[in-house]
Design a protein around this ligand. Structure first.
Ligand code: MG
Length: 380
């Protein structure tokens, strides 16, 4: 079933502590807003309108880089105005279902969406809701009293409506802030159905919510390993590039780019970890643009692909195989250069070296070889 989405991301979120508003903060390496947008796009959303404040405009392009099917509109002074603006920015059939979602609930899934759309059938609205499990207390002048939890539900988002029905309800809503969109439809005489809620639809409000969400997000992530190998032939020259460091030498490595076999092997390892082919697929040696290119560009491209899928590099390990030059005096500089390019702490970057005791092409001094391993963590 075709549906559209309004995501409200215009809030300041001051209760979550100082710094960026919560929708822009990183959760397991990915902005909170991006979690919802990716999930709702993969659930089949036809269009997503993200409602942002003026402060949010410069942040949203970065947060959602590489994704299509979304656009922004400006928020109002209260959430109800932001929802109104979001609804006005949608196009398509007036009775199409629209999901209104809080950016601060990152763990929405296609299953939540399917359950809501099913519950919306024959109702004016549908909300995910959980029965109240804890005993409820009210603090008053007489001290604590116990309140019955019978028939009480905790409403979550996304909430589903027919767009024209929600617009009509908002048109009839008096000024002021409803606590959710379903309240607006209820007040207009509409019937709101309940779909199964989910603790994972938790709203990130307080700093401790982020800690719990980090743990949940981390538990869902997978670890991948990739390996790479490269070799280049020695030729006349006066210096060689290895792991991003220029070393004075009586020969150089021959190649289309700067022939940095360490960086090439490492680039292939990272590409391998995410199933993105090899360095030749991305930077064909026949392409004149890469003639003499500094190989850190290749590496940056690979780490960019990891970031684009919400992943992060965990650690890398490079082995250089040659008789000469001696690598050890340059190892620390290589690690530091790699850590800089990869934006990793130094203890997650390893550079090792070995000879082949005079055997084979490296032993005979015909060429240098490099091997690399990369570990990457991704959402799936
Ligand atoms: Mg190479």
């Amino acid at each position: 079933m075709s549906f559209s989405v309004v995501i409200v991301a215009a809030g300041g979120g001051t209760r979550a502590g100082p710094g960026l508003a919560k929708q822009w903060r990183a959760l397991a390496g990915k902005p909170v807003l991006r979690w919802s947008v990716e999930a709702l796009l993969s659930a089949g959303a036809r269009q997503i309108v993200v409602v942002v404040s003026e402060d949010g405009e410069p942040l949203v392009d970065t947060a959602l880089a590489g994704l299509t099917g979304w656009r922004t509109t400006r928020g109002g002074t209260i959430r109800a105005d932001s929802v109104r603006n979001g609804l006005a920015a949608l196009d398509g059939p007036p009775a199409e279902p629209v999901l209104v979602h809080d950016a601060a609930r990152p763990f929405v899934t296609a299953a939540h969406v399917a359950a809501l759309l099913k519950a919306l059938d024959g109702a004016d609205g549908a909300i995910p809701a959980l029965p109240v499990a804890d005993t409820l207390k009210r603090e008053g002048e007489a001290g604590l009293t116990t309140t019955s939890r019978d028939g009480l539900w905790r409403a979550q988002t996304p909430q589903a409506f027919r767009r024209d029905r929600l617009l009509a309800a908002y048109a009839a809503w008096p000024l002021g802030e409803p606590t959710d969109d379903a309240q607006v439809v209820e007040a207009d005489g509409g019937r709101v159905a309940i779909a199964p809620g989910d603790p994972l639809l938790m709203k990130l409000t307080f700093p401790e919510d982020f800690e719990m969400a980090e743990r949940l997000a981390g538990a869902a992530r997978i670890t991948r390993t990739g390996q790479g190998f490269d070799a280049h032939r020695w030729g006349p020259g006066e210096a060689v590039w290895l792991c991003g460091v220029r070393i004075d030498h009586d020969q150089t490595l021959i190649g289309h780019s700067d022939a940095d076999a360490g960086l090439h092997a490492l680039t292939d390892a990272i590409l391998g970890a995410i199933g993105e082919g090899d360095i030749g697929d991305h930077f064909p040696p026949t392409d004149p643009r890469w003639k003499g290119a500094a190989s850190h560009l290749f590496l940056k491209h690979a780490t960019g692909l990891v970031a684009a899928r919400g992943g992060r590099l965990v650690n890398v390990d490079v082995t250089l195989i040659c008789e000469r030059p001696k690598i050890k005096p340059h190892r620390q500089a290589m690690r530091e250069r790699l850590a800089e390019i990869l934006e990793l702490p130094l203890d997650r970057v390893s550079v090792k070296a070995t000879t082949t005791e005079g055997m084979g092409f490296t032993g005979r001094g015909e060429g240098l070889a490099a091997q690399a391993l990369a570990t990457v963590e991704t959402p799936s």
